[in-house]
Design a binder for this molecule. Sequence first.
Ligand code: C2E
Ligand code: C2E
Ligand code: C2E
Length: 91
Amino acid sequence: PEPIEKPEKVVLNLEALYDHPDSELEHIAKLARNIQQRRGDYNGRILSIRADDLATLAVVYGTTPSGLVEKLEDYGVVVHDVQAFFAKDGE
Ligand code: C2E
Ligand code: C2E
Ligand code: C2E
């Protein structure tokens, strides 16, 4: 059977996200920190987020999930290619 088309998984660059403390990304950074705590995932440089959480955040920002992803892209916070991200600065 054909795989059902899924929305692309949204992966955040945490260093870039946490680098804009007083910007409109503040709420997203707070959520990311909270998710890291709940997962016990403290050492990661990136964080994959749930589509559900993205949808909730979009409501907070008065936009749609894809609108929110565009905003995150403008700030350079979205990781599109995880392998390339890790390859960039050498193993
Ligand atoms: P939970 O939702 O009952 O999930 C229990 C465990 O199932 C998670 O433990 C994780 O190992 C696995 N799991 C659940 N959904 C997924 C998934 O989509 N992908 C993967 N790879 N694993 C999944 P973990 O990570 O220690 O999280 C513990 C609890 O923290 C979760 O219990 C949930 O209540 C909360 N949590 C963690 N991450 C998120 C998140 O991104 N959003 C929300 N809303 N809650 C989260
Ligand atoms: P992927 O989801 O494309 O993730 C690729 C790599 O990005 C992961 O390699 C990990 O180093 C990093 N990564 C992605 N999301 C997170 C995150 O939320 N926190 C942190 N700290 N790192 C993240 P890794 O762990 O070797 O996993 C390789 C692939 O194996 C993953 O590709 C995924 O497809 C699969 N995988 C690993 N663990 C799980 C799991 O618990 N559940 C599911 N469903 N897939 C998993
Ligand atoms: P993923 O692990 O590759 O999971 C892809 C999708 O499969 C998830 O999209 C979700 O719809 C479904 N899925 C996977 N595992 C579970 C599960 O245990 N329970 C349920 N109900 N659904 C599951 P979603 O939710 O948009 O999450 C996107 C990515 O965010 C996940 O990719 C994973 O990398 C990360 N993630 C989400 N929730 C958790 C969590 O609780 N713990 C961890 N460690 N990672 C999570």
